[in-house]
Design a protein around this ligand. Structure first.
Ligand code: NDP
Length: 277
């Protein structure tokens, strides 16, 4: 299993699972639960969720999926920026833990930069860490400049990761953010790696995937998995799709395939603002 090493030295799987928009529709719940469990069985033991997703319904579903196997899971949740204050973060985290049916998160990320002072947010993260409610804190949707401000406020303590939009069609971070994070030893976590499925309809991707006997999703994920220090969190709602995606772990794209993908999905030629979904 390909892994990514976190700043503290712990290794986590490079391919995990997202859960946005899961747990929201009662009729889909059993299939979604089975999907997450199939992923855990296949070794995709990192799960990403957030208090925002379905107003807590995603966390409830994830909680059900990990019941009885919590120790084998690296659990990530995210706090709303407006809940990232002294008191608000403590109660937001406790509510997340309750919905997830666990006593701790492995990583707790600030969902995007907000208006609460970084000092206050970091103090709240550290308090949760001292109390054993979170193991690591991290960031999402932060630019290099934004992380630099965090590092000043944290006196150099590193976030566990920066979770950002990254896929074949959204390569802007390769210009600046990705090299900056590499240089500072901060892993990236690529969200919407399939561009919420829109990428899968791209004719160029389809053609290259077919020539390799892969599905478009497998090719898009295998391409991302070629990055070092980058965790990928596709979301899929059925066991067959999860297993289809998991198969990307055993693929290694050769230079010719990567070059062909560069033609359809060119790398950035200049700095662009960090994109968000
Ligand atoms: P993804 O790029 O992971 O795409 C998910 C979509 O692709 C779903 O519609 C899914 O369908 C479909 N899909 C998955 N696998 C396949 C396959 N093999 N074949 C065909 N279709 C497939 O989008 P997300 O936005 O969900 O991103 C992943 C995760 O990243 C989120 O779930 C969330 O945890 C996180 N995220 C974080 C953000 C942040 O701001 N920090 C923002 C956005 C996402 P189906 O579900 O029907 O199987």
């Amino acid at each position: 299993m390909k892994t990514v090493t976190l700043p503290g030295g712990e290794a986590v799987p490079a391919l995990g699972m997202g859960s946005w928009m899961m747990g929201e529709v009662r009729a889909n719940r059993a299939r979604e639960l089975a999907a997450l469990q199939a992923g855990l069985d296949a070794g995709l033991s990192l799960i990403d969720t957030a208090e925002m997703y379905g107003d807590g319904e995603s966390e409830r579903l994830v909680g059900e999926a990990i019941r009885g196997r919590r120790d084998g899971v690296f659990l990530v949740s995210k706090v709303y920026p407006f809940n990232a204050g002294h008191r608000s973060m403590i109660s937001a985290c406790e509510a997340s833990l309750k919905r997830l049916g666990t006593d701790r998160l492995d990583a707790y990320l600030l969902h995007w930069p907000g208006s609460i002072a970084l000092d206050e947010t970091l103090e709240a993260f550290e308090r949760l860490q001292r109390e054993g409610k979170i193991r690591y804190w991290g960031l999402s949707n932060f630019t290099a400049l934004g992380i630099d401000d965090v590092l000043k406020a944290s006196h150099g303590k590193l976030p566990v990761c920066n979770q950002v939009l990254y896929n074949l069609g959204r390569r802007g971070i390769e210009w600046d953010l990705q090299p900056w994070c590499r240089a500072h030893g901060i892993p990236l976590m690529a969200y919407s790696p399939l561009e919420q499925s829109r990428l899968l309809h791209d004719p160029g991707l389809g053609r290259i995937a077919a020539s390799l006997n892969l599905t478009p999703a497998q090719l898009a994920l295998a391409w991302l998995l070629g990055n070092d220090q980058c965790i990928i969190i596709p979301k899929a709602s059925s066991p067959p799709r999860v297993l289809e995606n998991a198969a990307a772990l055993s693929l290694e794209l050769d230079a010719a395939t990567r070059a062909a993908l560069d033609i359809f999905f060119p790398p950035p030629a200049a700095a662009t603002p960090l994109e968000m979904l």
